[in-house]
Write a protein that binds this ligand. Structure first.
Ligand code: NAI
Length: 303
């Protein structure tokens, strides 16, 4: 059966523009009732009003869909509580949360003030944690929930001038990794989207011909898939320009150097330690721990 969100209620944060707007339009087209949350502030997170969210609601309703606007900041406790209450009062359930809101305060680490680091971590990390926390018990009680967090290539791989953003974006993978385990029993699936798209976040970085290929709506089908009934859990899908891939953390099998191993032994065996042909992904931390306990039974490689 084709993926449908009929009778499903989805909250999309930061949906007043860019990727969030595209995800909201896409989910609405697939039948979801959508809550368009957006603070409507500038790229660095200052200012704001609910006009951006209301504009997207107007677009969805004009196309025959159902949507409501919410102008809360995702990092504000009372605002997030109200976002969830407004949704429950209107539609009585929350099936999908797409945590997409974000800001940028780029600067090289030496020049960055801690307040700019904290502001970015606050919006991306706590601005994902707080909506997740606010919908969690509702999703558990429903025995159904789909959460999509938004990570970034900067978080996965790094980018000059974005230490704050990179740290914040990879933290969402950490959140997903444990939340997927805690949600499994109640049919709550938690995944991550890692997009590249032409939005106000990236418009100054690339030439117009490239930006044209990177329309935000080319990413949204992956979000819909990750939020669908048969979604996987704990998966990172990377997406741009109609190209879709997956990313994951992996670890090599390693080498048992014995319990008297020295730094020189590490240096001598660094190639084997980093033998990526043996690398694999672990479904949870305990699986990695079990590898150590299994490998320690083997005879150590002599230095
Ligand atoms: P954008 O700036 O167009 O959209 C972000 C939206 O979040 C804005 O509408 C903004 O008003 C809203 N927002 C900011 N702070 C908020 C808050 N405290 N509460 C509620 N809403 C708030 O940027 P874009 O590119 O659409 O970004 C969406 C997400 O995708 C972000 O999490 C971003 O980090 C992520 N991302 C974007 C990439 C890209 O290539 N555009 C690459 C990787 C990740």
């Amino acid at each position: 059966m084709a993926i449908s969100f009929t009778n499903k209620v989805a909250i999309i944060t930061g949906a007043g523009g860019g990727l969030g707007r595209a995800h909201a339009l896409h989910l609405a087209k697939l039948g979801a009732k959508v809550v368009i949350n957006d603070l409507g502030g500038s790229l660095d997170g200052s200012g704001g009003n609910s006009a951006a969210a209301e504009k997207v609601v107007a677009e969805i309703t004009a196309a025959g869909g159902e949507a409501i606007a919410n102008g809360a900041s995702v990092s504000d406790d009372a605002g997030v509580a109200n976002l969830v209450k407004q949704t429950m009062d209107k539609w009585g359930r929350i099936d999908v949360l797409v945590a997409n809101a974000g800001i940028l305060r780029d600067k090289s680490f030496g020049k960055m003030e801690l307040k700019d680091f904290e502001a970015v971590v606050n919006v991306h990390l706590m601005g994902t944690v707080k909506p997740c926390k606010a919908v969690w018990e509702i999703m558990k009680a429903q025995g159904y929930g789909r959460i999509v967090v938004t990570t970034s290539s900067t978080g996965l791989y790094g980018n000059f001038g974005q230490t704050n953003y990179g740290a914040a974006k990879l933290s969402l993978v950490g959140l997903m990794n444990s939340l997927k385990l805690e949600g499994a029993r109640d049919n709550i699936k938690v995944n991550a989207i890692c997009p590249v798209a032409a939005t106000r976040m990236t418009e100054a970085l690339m030439p117009p011909t490239i930006l044209e290929m990177l329309k935000p709506q080319f990413v949204s089908p992956a979000v819909a898939y990750l939020a669908s009934d048969d979604a996987p859990t704990g998966i990172i899908i990377t997406a741009a320009a109609g190209v879709f891939a997956a990313a994951q953390l992996v670890e090599t099998d390693g080498v048992n150097l014995g319990q008297s191993a020295t730094a020189d032994d590490i240096a001598a065996h660094f190639g084997e330690i980093c033998d990526w042909t043996t690398a694999k992904h672990y479904g949870q931390g305990g699986e990695q721990n079990a590898k150590f306990l299994a490998r320690v039974q083997e005879k150590p490689v002599s230095g």
